[in-house]
Design a protein around this ligand. Structure first.
Ligand code: OXT
Ligand code: ADP
Ligand code: MG
Length: 593
């Protein structure tokens, strides 16, 4: 506590008269409360009323990463939270800045990423009477439905409690986004420095282990023991839980094939012999008992029913039995019956399963393992054939063959990925070898995470970052290349430039001269954007140029943007989720009847 006291006193002394040197103000209480809890970086965008907070935080030794748009700062904070298990903090101004941060807050809540959106706000008395204050908005009310929790602090002596509550809410149980409203007047409030220091709370055990009930573990083991075609599905919850050692032991001891969801790739190396990623459409309908570990049965898993799961009609259940390991009890039965719910943190639950399995556990029947391996090998061989081709113009596959090699050679590098085709092809072609190295559009399939995630990935890990971006996807956060250059981050952005959303060949249905809604300016020179801020721009029309550009970026650690020109006819509508497009879904349904 003495450290808090002395820093606070020094900082306050600089800003106020000597007589008032034993006081601390709201600004410094916020800073000290964050630092006390191990939060050392703020992602944000300054302005009234938080400009001085950003300056003072930097002055007090925090890293302040200042963005060009709050949405990107928010996404950065959320992925920092995911990578560290400590909430990432995004700081914004009131109304418009706050609103700009909300997409990221909601996305964090949806994806179970712990973050705290801290926004300055206008005066309560004026806001509540709607008297038209500067940037007036009832921010707390607006944030509530989009956040796991939302709090407002009115008095300096409550800052410690407010930040403690925000931290606990963000990381305990199912993680999520928390909103913390700090009205302008709060920052200038002062209190006795010793009392201020005493009011701060260092949160003890913010994400306590949650041990599963022994009978739940037993039920799951009995179900698994009788399985003929068991399958494990790993989700990003398992990656977030840092449960890779336990999960690996479970997979290897049980000998059960596993399917990684997108951000769970690398939890075990994608080259693991029990990975069934390349046999996805075979294992889901065929499996008889499925163990979900930190993965929800949402749209990405076709809600656990329908044709993907072997149902006869699109709505049928496939008849699988499910074990689900999750920290959130209400996740159970959310889409289909969960026969063996195991509620607790993944590390504790998987450890309990391992303990219950004892020394000897029967491997799954050889017919099942052989069938999965056969299907997987066939798909891998087919993919290898496609990747070996070298078409002109370059297509997604020939470009990704290069990215795959570079990621393989740099297993510690972070991979950020967004787009449609640029996302889906990357996911299935680029193997990940280590946990929490792949971050992407997640549960919402949201575009715009790219540069925010890239900045935070570089800041938080210190590793090189490779961002594989559709040209449309990049546009949502592209201005942050200035941020990347300003902080001189080792980020290599690769834009898969196919002149548009999904492809560049759409037609204006009216026959008019306006471009079609999905088309962009042809042959746009995105690399010049990076050059404008002092980074390196590369224009690549061949895999060799792409390889050279990426290798040099990783070697030099200089901000680099490779504009990779992709055949504009190569993509498909919505990538791999064409079936969700209402018109195409209707056509497909008609064709299958
Ligand atoms: O088993 P089968 O035979 O089926 O084969 C599978 C695997 O077994 C196999 N596989 C392998 N084979 C060989 N070797 C290996 N290693 C291997 N691994 C796998 O490959 C296939 C496919 O495997 P996968 O991917 O696992 O399986 P599948 O069936 O695809 O999985 C299903 C899903 C649902 C889990 C998966 O598809 C998935 O995760 N999808 C995520 C989709 C997603 O989120 N997409 C992003 C949103 S699309 C759309 O909304 C876009 N918008 C609108 C918009 C958005 N999103 N946000 C905002 C704020 N505003 C607007 C926009 C604007 S995308 C977009 C921009 C698009 O344009 P860009 O220019 O950016 O991008 P381009 O398309 O590139 O132009
Ligand atoms: P994916 O998109 O990879 O399938 P989801 O985001 O759908 O993953 O699911 C992640 C799940 O992990 C959520 O249901 C969440 O409650 C759960 N989860 C997050 N952290 C933990 C943890 N430490 N222990 C157990 N479950 C967790
Ligand atoms: Mg595109």
């Amino acid at each position: 506590m003495s450290a808090v006291l002395s820093t606070a006193t020094t900082a306050t002394a600089a800003a106020t008269s000597p007589a008032a040197s034993a006081t601390i103000d709201g600004f410094h209480l916020v800073i000290e409360a964050l630092k006390l809890n191990g939060i050392t970086t703020i992602y944000g965008l300054p302005g009234i009323p938080i400009t001085d907070l950003t300056r003072m935080a930097q002055g007090e030794g925090m890293r302040v990463i200042s963005f060009r748009h709050e949405q990107n700062a928010g996404h950065a904070a959320s992925i920092a939270g995911y990578l560290n298990g400590v909430p990432g903090v995004c700081l914004t101004v009131s109304a418009p800045g706050f609103l700009n941060g909300l997409t990221a807050l909601a996305n964090a809540t949806t994806n179970c990423f712990p973050m705290i959106l801290v926004s300055g706000s206008s005066e309560r008395e004026i806001v509540d009477l709607q008297q038209g204050d500067y940037e007036e908005m009832d921010q707390l009310a607006i944030a509530k439905p989009l956040a796991k929790a939302a709090y407002r602090v009115l008095h300096a002596e409550d800052i410690g409690v407010g930040i403690a509550r925000a931290i606990r809410a963000a990381v305990s149980g199912r993680p999520g986004g928390v909103y913390l409203d700090l009205p302008a007047k709060l920052f200038a409030q002062t209190m006795d420095a010793a009392a201020g220091a005493a009011s701060l709370i260092k949160v003890v055990d913010p994400a306590p282990r949650q041990i599963p009930a022994p009978e739940a573990v037993q039920r799951a083991l009995e179900l698994l023991k009788g399985a003929k075609k068991p399958l494990i599905v790993l989700g990003k919850g398992a990656a977030y839980a840092r449960a890779e050692a336990e999960v690996r032991a479970l997979v290897e001891r049980s000998g059960i094939p596993y399917l990684p969801m997108s951000m769970a790739k690398g939890l075990l190396p994608d080259t693991h012999e029990l990975s069934a990623a390349a046999a996805r459409s075979y294992v889901l309908p065929e499996a008889d008992v499925v163990v979900l570990i930190g993965a929800r049965l949402n749209w990405l898993l076709s809600h656990g029913k329908g044709k993907t799961w072997g149902g006869k009609t699109p709505k049928d259940w496939g008849g699988q039995k499910f074990v689900q390991i999750d920290i959130s009890p209400t996740e159970m039965d959310s889409n289909v019956r969960i026969d063996a719910p195991v509620v607790g943190d993944i590390g504790s639950c998987v450890s309990a399963l391992l303990a219950g399995m004892g020394g000897s556990w029967p491997k799954p029947p050889a017919e099942w393992l052989n069938a999965v391996a056969e299907r997987k090998n066939k798909n891998v061989a087919k993919m290898a054939e496609t990747l070996a081709k070298d078409p002109r113009p370059m297509n997604f596959h020939s470009a990704l063959a290069v990215v795959r090699d570079i990621v393989k050679a740099n297993p510690d590098a972070m991979l950020v990925n967004e787009g449609a085709n640029a996302l889906d092809f990357t996911r299935s072609i680029v193997d990940m070898m280590k946990p929490r190295k792949r971050v992407d559009v997640g549960t919402w399939g949201v575009m715009g995470i790219g540069m925010g995630f890239a900045v935070a990935a570089a800041v938080e890990t210190g590793q090189p970052v490779i961002a594989i971006e559709g040209d449309s996807a990049f546009g949502f956060s592209g201005m942050e290349v200035e941020t990347i250059c300003r902080y001189d981050l080792p980020v290599c952005v690769v834009i898969f430039n196919n002149n548009g959303v999904y492809r560049g060949t759409d037609k204006n249905l009216s026959g008019g001269t306006d471009a079609a809604p999905t088309q962009f300016v042809k042959d746009a020179r995105y690399e010049k954007l990076m050059e404008a801020f002092g980074g390196v721009g590369v224009y690549a029309t061949t895999p060799a140029q792409l390889r050279q550009g990426m290798e040099e970026a990783i070697r030099s650690r200089r901000p680099t943007l490779v504009n990779a020109i992709i055949d504009e006819t190569a993509g498909t509508e919505s990538g791999r989720i064409t079936s969700l497009n209402p018109t195409l879904a209707k056509k497909a349904a008609a064709a299958s009847n």
